[in-house]
Design a protein around this ligand. Structure first.
Ligand SMILES: C[S@@+](CC[C@H](N)C(=O)[O-])C[C@H]1O[C@@H](n2cnc3c(N)ncnc32)[C@H](O)[C@@H]1O
Length: 98
């Protein structure tokens, strides 16, 4: 994943969303990423800015992110289709989901 992100670093721009923490995007904060929201189902995660289940429709704000990274999470999500729809809907025009 780190290699993938390095190879696509020119696409890592603007407001971003990662799950659980910013493990993968933190290295790009000095580059194009301006801010990272953290979503997590775990209410005890102090870093989370959005608490909830990605399987819940409407969890993510619409039209907010330039980058959504869900690298190692879909295997834990009960409804992958809802989660992906939510991620797509949260993208701004030209945004990317990986
Ligand atoms: C492996 S970590 C993510 C690490 C890395 N930041 C990433 O994006 O791949 C998985 C995270 O997903 C969270 N998680 C698991 N199921 C979830 C769900 N249904 N909705 C939201 N977050 C979930 C876990 O609590 C955990 O913080």
């Amino acid at each position: 994943m780190l290699r993938f992100l390095d190879e696509h670093r020119d696409r890592l721009r603007g407001q971003a969303l990662e799950v659980g923490d910013d493990t993968f995007l933190r290295n790009h904060r000095d580059g194009g990423i301006s801010d990272v929201d953290i979503v997590d189902i775990d209410e005890g995660n102090p870093r989370a800015t959005i608490i909830g289940d990605l399987s819940m429709p409407g969890l993510l704000p619409a039209d907010r992110y330039d980058v959504v990274l869900i690298a190692q999470t879909l295997q834990y999500v009960a409804d992958v289709h809802v989660a992906l729809e939510s991620c797509w809907s949260s993208l701004r025009p030209g945004g990317r989901c990986s």
